[in-house]
Design a protein around this ligand. Structure first.
Ligand SMILES: *Cc1c(COP(=O)(O)O)cnc(C)c1O
Length: 416
């Protein structure tokens, strides 16, 4: 009957499973065998109702865990008011967020976008634009660190220090060179009057949770000043409380000219920001750069709520305390099981470097942990990475670490 044709679709959602990933999605990821469907705090539940503890936080994103009530209400309140207006208009959440970011940092100006790659893209374009306007056509070279990661757009992937990620996509963006991280002499050799920017992660995240040495960042600052190059800190992974300071540069006491933030900034809602000084910002006049969604009210309302919570000194002190607790338990496990022999990082960005007999087995260990109900990350094949919620509860921390210990116990027993 005709009437039936117009009946609304069933409201019950169609079931999907992991096999649908292989059927319908571009195969650029290799997701886990289970599908998370719900999260609360540091716990996740999959389709079968199995509960897992989440020490990965969506790759250092869910800085306040899952479904934090204040973030849920910021999102839903804004959802009832206004989602999107484009940059033909400005909007209140964007202005409040920008003011807060500027007030809390070295920066005078903010550019809002939707991801880490976009924040870096804006940073690199700004650096080239400033050099072009001030010094002319010849000054466009960017120096980055080997093993760094700055995103997956063509420009950002070419700046990143893993050539294999930019192989096979046609000609690379020109004028980019890479130097070993934490090697000031190498940077000194590479920098010249043609350098427009040096970009560094204060802690290399994807590259293995490797913190910069203070003297390295200080030296980079001095060299940049000497050669009229801008110093860019990519704090996409280290920013917004992750290290126990609002931004990692505040640990080091070295100020960049441009800082990029994303991941934790939205606590799980996609947003990015590039922060810079007045005299640099003025080079991005109307028409030079932009993004349709960047600075949308929905994302900014959530990010503002994240920022209000994370900026709190008690929360940041809590990160330092939790970091000590994690590191001391992990230290015991390192001694007892020998799977990893170095624990590094700052705050709640922690890397455990695998010992000789366990090299290249990070993925296998992650899978074993998931079997014990624990979600971890790797940072390359040789490093296990922990990036838990900054407010992970005592109970979840203890239980998650116990599950990790069970994983190590099973793996080492199997190896005997
Ligand atoms: C994740 C990350 C990026 C890329 O961010 P996306 O949001 O994935 O584009 C850039 N830089 C660093 C340091 C990162 O950790």
């Amino acid at each position: 009957m005709l009437a039936e044709v117009h009946l609304p679709r069933q409201t019950k959602q169609e079931t999907v499973d992991r096999g649908d990933f292989d059927r319908f999605m571009v195969p650029n990821y290799a997701p886990a065998a289970f599908i998370p469907v719900r999260g609360e705090g540091s716990r996740l539940w999959d389709q079968s109702g199995r509960e897992l503890i989440d020490f990965a936080g969506g790759i250092a994103v869910n800085v306040l865990g899952h479904a934090h009530p204040k973030l849920v209400s910021a999102l839903t309140e804004q959802a009832h008011k206004l989602w999107h207006v484009s940059n033909v208009f400005t909007n209140e959440p964007a202005l409040r967020l920008a003011r807060k970011l500027v007030d809390a940092t070295f920066a005078d100006r903010a550019f809002l976008c939707n991801s880490g790659a976009e924040a870096n893209e804006a940073a690199f374009k700004l650096a080239r634009r400033v050099a072009h306007d001030r010094y002319g056509e010849e000054k466009y070279e960017i120096i980055a660190a080997l093993n760094s990661f700055h995103g997956r757009t063509l420009f950002t992937v070419c700046v990143g220090g893993q050539l294999k990620y930019s192989d096979g996509f046609g000609p690379r963006i020109e004028g980019i060179s890479h130097v070993p991280f934490n090697d000031l002499a190498a940077l000194q050799n590479a920098i010249s009057d043609r350098t427009c920017a040096v970009v560094l992660e204060p802690i290399q995240g994807e590259g293995g949770v490797l913190p910069a040495e203070r003297s390295y960042l200080e030296g980079a600052r001095t060299l940049c000043d000497q050669f009229n190059a801008l110093l860019i800190f990519d704090e996409v992974q280290t920013g917004v409380g992750r290290t126990g300071e609002l931004f990692a540069y505040q640990h080091y006491g070295v100020e960049p000219d441009i800082l990029t933030s994303a991941k934790s900034l939205g606590g799980g809602f996609p947003i990015g920001a590039m922060l810079t000084r007045e005299g640099l910002a003025k080079h991005l006049v109307p028409g030079t750069h932009g993004t349709t969604y960047g600075g949308n009210p929905l994302g900014c309302a959530v990010a503002e709520a994240v920022f209000d919570l994370v900026r709190d000194q008690a929360l940041l002190d809590g990160v330092k305390q939790r970091a000590e607790q994690f590191k001391s338990r992990l230290g015991q496990m390192a001694e007892q099981y020998g799977v990893f022999n170095e624990i590094r990082g700052l705050g709640l960005l922690i890397g455990c470097a695998l010992s000789d007999g366990w090299r290249a087995r990070a993925k296998e260990i992650l899978n074993a942990a998931a079997g014990q109900g624990l979600i971890l990350l790797q940072a390359g094949p040789d490093v296990l990475r922990f990036a838990p919620s900054l407010i992970v509860s005592e109970a979840d921390k203890v239980e998650g670490l116990a599950r990790f210990e069970r994983t190590l116990m099973l793996l080492t027993r199997a190896a005997d």
